[in-house]
Design a protein around this ligand. Structure first.
Ligand code: MG
Length: 441
């Protein structure tokens, strides 16, 4: 049977993470992790399409407004029709010329298109009773390629090449799936590394992470070189010379500053420098990559779309592609990103954390592991241990590896009681918080 999308609703859900300085980095001093949350309703109360766009607080005001405009475009569709035409729907969501003017293919409306597409994929997976990674991994190469908008990337990745990449892996899919179910995909952690933490808290959490089986830890950096050297010296003393350490500047530097700064940290043998400068500065990233080698460059959590990734790859500007589940236009565009990375033999090392990003992006890494590039030791998925308890199936990391989720859907389905408590400003948490502190938020 098929279902009809009867209506859609967006919720503004905010968590008060700024109180603990969780998520603090050189650019973002006091984030309140938030979800611009979308739910698509069908005739069955048990079958909804759920997704979210991650923001760090007041951005929700704008993000929700954009989602509310775009979500109406899928109301009235049947699930069968939407599934058969998902590539066309993705193109249509980006093609409204009056809204496209505010992009193009980037920013708030692009992320809103992602919310709608991710909610549709969540709905498709729930309807079939499978987790999203499994749904994607069982699609034919032709179905996957049909989901992609090749406009602006066909000069480096044609549909025919994408088909070849996917077809080459078809015979390995079942073995890759068995391996995934046994071992999961490797994770690294950023939990110890927030800039607002004291050195003691950072080292305690570092010890905990090593004991938990993580093999790579990432630390925020970029506020002062003295702080970075002091923190990294202590971390190296704690973990020893061979443990993998990455750093993340969250875009604070100019290109020249990035080069000088990272070169002053070479003795710490860093696995990568993440987001050294503005995410749109592809040429700048290419120069940084060349001049800070052997330290490698990673970026992508704010890469606006597939063509930024295309250019980063064309110019050898990145050694790791950090896709994000909610930055681009949903599952569709991330399939394109994963295939672009495969063509250039660059590992996809997804960005996560925030709220719900671990739950959502793990499905894309697992699809990559089963159906695109297979299992290899260059893939490692970010994990941050905050706010998982709000989801129907919290991301599960055991011995440093994400375990394959089993629940049907795309992972972003938040518990109703969490939505009710943290919906802004009418949820029970915010009513008491705002009455105590006035409306300063
Ligand atoms: Mg980052």
């Amino acid at each position: 049977m098929t279902y009809t999308i009867l209506r859609a609703e967006a919720f503004d859900v905010r968590f008060p993470t700024s109180k603990m300085l969780d998520g603090s980095d050189a650019m973002n001093a006091d984030p309140d992790y938030s979800a611009a949350y979308l739910r698509l309703f069908t005739e069955s109360s048990a079958l909804t399409g759920d997704s979210l766009v991650f923001t760090i607080g007041r951005g929700n005001d704008v993000q929700i407004a954009a989602i509310e405009i775009l979500m109406e475009k899928v109301v009235g569709l049947t699930t069968d029709d939407a599934f058969a035409r998902i590539g066309d729907i993705a193109r249509e969501l980006s093609a409204d010329s009056q809204l496209r003017w505010l992009g193009t293919d980037k920013g708030v409306f692009h992320m809103a298109a992602g919310a709608v597409l991710n909610a549709l994929w969540d709905l498709f997976a729930k309807e079939r009773g499978v987790p999203l990674w499994k749904l994607l991994s069982d699609l034919t190469p032709e179905q996957l390629v049909d989901a992609i908008d090749f406009r602006y990337i066909a000069d480096v990745l044609t549909p025919e090449e994408a088909l070849q990449i996917l077809r080459a892996r078809v015979s390995e899919r079942s073995a890759n799936e068995a391996l995934l179910l046994r071992d999961g995909v490797r994770a690294y952690t950023t939990t110890p590394g927030w800039l607002g933490y004291t050195d003691e808290k950072m080292l305690d959490l570092t010890r905990e992470a090593v004991a938990d089986g993580f093999t790579l830890i990432k630390y925020k950096c970029g506020k002062s070189i003295e702080d970075d050297r002091r923190r990294l010296t202590k971390v190296r003393a704690e973990v020893g010379p061979d443990f993998k350490i990455a750093i993340d500047a969250n875009q604070v530097w100019n290109v020249d500053t990035a080069i000088a700064w990272v070169n002053q940290l070479q003795e710490f043998k860093l696995e990568w420098i993440e987001e050294p400068t503005h995410p749109d500065d592809v040429v700048g990233h290419a120069r940084i990559a060349k001049e800070v080698a052997p330290t490698r460059v990673a970026t992508g959590e704010m890469a606006a779309n597939r063509l930024v990734f295309k250019q980063l790859l064309q110019l050898n500007a990145i050694s790791f592609m950090q896709i994000d589940a909610t930055r681009v236009a949903g599952v569709n565009e991330n399939i394109a990103n994963i295939l672009l990375a495969a063509k250039f033999n660059i590992p996809v090392v997804p960005h996560a954390g925030g709220i719900g990003l671990c739950e959502m992006v793990q499905h894309l890494a697992m699809f990559d592991a089963v159906a695109v590039t297979g299992h290899h030791d260059r893939r490692i998925v970010e994990y941050v241990d905050h706010l998982h308890e709000h989801f129907l199936e919290p991301a599960r990391v055991v011995a440093g590896a994400y375990q394959a989720p089993a629940l049907p859907g795309g992972g972003g389905h938040m518990k109703d009681e969490s939505i009710q408590k943290y919906i802004y400003p009418s949820g029970s948490y915010w009513i008491s918080e705002l009455s105590m502190n006035g409306a300063k938020r």
